[in-house]
Design a protein around this ligand. Structure first.
Ligand code: FAD
Length: 400
């Protein structure tokens, strides 16, 4: 018998909602407890690699993804000082053929809303901030701010980089500061008509870089400006950045970058941290997923896709035959399948997590004449091809 489990997912971000979708598709009774008072999502653009999009397509979301996301036709490195194109790599159909699924850039709010709308009503419970949990003989007891409690057979911590569930399972954080922060924001493309609405662009300076990519049909551009700064240490998705400082950092860059910066009305600033990979992330009936399990730097653009892969593998593992979940045999079985999930995912996510540290546009540096070294583009793509090619459902662990 495959028991239908009561599953509590803590955190209603992209990872938590993806897990809820994968688990409700297996008919489990899922509740997503999100601390925010309502499911109103912020953020700017994000990357969804073929390794993530192939899973969402299999879950029936292909059509909506095509409507909401942009498939960049190419990736381009431009000279930071003069703005001339140094190298262009085709991405659209070429990447589809190479990796078997599309690469999308998408506004976080659009992806989040799409996932939330795919869930049965009543699954998501906003206004629930988890404070602590305890395993009892027959399940897991969750305690939320304000004294509200809930019981579940399984607890999944999808509560992001500052996860309470991770802290309880694995002890205090060792956040690793990269020495960099990123200004992020959105501009309407008609404010910067010289920039394309179908391309991933990067201008790389000696120690800073500007990345731009389209969202919302190419009508808007997300920018991510990575700068070194040992003093800015706020690890927050919502902290504001100073427009004057952004402009000062890119003063002296080419005209396209300066027009882009001049068009920015609002920017967030996010200090770039990750954590050392965990030695374990499951215990008994509790496990982790997404940034809670493997917070990573953004240079491989894999935060979303790794969380979606986790969700697929977790749903597969929890779909195994077992005794009733409240019995001792059922509890042991849940612990074993969560270990199988961790065993399938942790080596892979650890590699992605560590690879992100020096990856992506981090590797682009101007040559002595001020232009980027053109040989680096193919190695950038090779760097991530094993990640993009991965099919989490083709490598599912066998549950004994
Ligand atoms: P997250 O997306 O961080 O989601 C974690 C969720 O858990 C959040 O909704 C949080 O409110 C909730 N939570 C945390 N603690 C508790 C608690 N104790 N009880 C209940 N709920 C809790 N990435 C980008 O590439 N570009 C962006 O523009 C971007 N913007 C972001 C904006 C916000 C507000 C957030 C939270 C994240 C953003 N990210 C962004 C990160 C990106 O979404 C993640 O790296 C990736 O999607 C993995 O998601 P996750 O669900 O594991 O974590």
């Amino acid at each position: 018998m495959v028991p239908k489990l009561r599953i509590a997912v803590v955190g209603g971000g992209i990872g938590g909602l993806a897990a809820a979708l994968a688990l409700t598709r297996k008919d489990h009774r899922v509740r997503v407890f999100e601390q925010a008072p309502e499911l109103r999502e912020s953020g700017v653009g994000m990357h969804l690699g073929p390794n993530g999009s192939r899973l969402l397509e299999r879950w029936g979301l292909g059509e909506r993804l095509r409507a909401l996301g942009v498939r960049p036709t190419g990736m381009e490195v431009r000279d930071w000082a003069h703005g001339t194109t140094l190298v262009r790599q085709p991405m659209g159909d070429e990447w589809l053929a190479e990796f078997g699924a599309p690469y999308y850039t998408i506004h976080r709010a659009d992806l989040h809303t799409m996932l939330a709308e795919s869930l049965p009503s009543g699954v998501v419970r906003p206004g629930h901030r988890l404070e602590r949990f305890t395993e009892t003989g027959s399940g897991v007891r969750l305690e939320f701010a304000g004294g509200v409690r809930a019981e579940a057979d399984v607890l999944i911590g999808a509560d992001g980089a500052h996860s309470v569930v991770r802290r309880t399972l694995a002890g205090p954080d060792t956040a690793v500061f990269s020495g960099q922060s990123a200004f992020r924001g959105i501009v309407a493309r008609d404010q910067v008509p010289a920039l394309p609405g179908d391309t991933l662009l990067v201008w790389a300076g000696a120690d800073a870089r500007m990345l731009v990519y389209p969202v919302r049909g190419g009508e808007f551009l997300t920018f991510v400006a990575v700068v070194p700064d040992p003093r800015w240490r706020l690890e927050s998705w919502t902290a504001s950045g100073e427009l004057d400082e952004l402009a000062a950092r890119f003063d002296g860059w080419n005209l396209d970058v300066k027009s882009l910066v001049a068009a920015v009305r609002e920017t967030r600033r996010w200090a770039l941290y990750d954590r050392e990979p965990l030695a374990r992330w499951s215990s008994g009936a509790v496990t982790l997923l997404g940034d809670a399990a493997h917070p990573m730097l953004p240079h491989h653009g894999q935060g979303v896709s790794q969380a979606v892969e986790d969700a697929a593998v977790l749903a597969h593992c929890l779909d195994a035959p077992s005794d009733a979940p409240s019995t001792p045999a059922g509890r042991r079985r849940i612990a074993a399948v969560l270990e199988a999930y961790e065993g399938a995912r942790r080596p892979h996510t650890t590699r992605v997590q560590l690879g992100s540290r020096g990856g992506g546009s981090q590797r682009l540096r101007p040559d002595e004449d001020g232009g980027e070294s053109t040989g680096t583009m193919s190695s950038l793509v090779q760097d991530v091809s094993w990640i993009q090619r991965h099919d989490a459902e083709a490598a599912l662990p066998r549950i004994p």
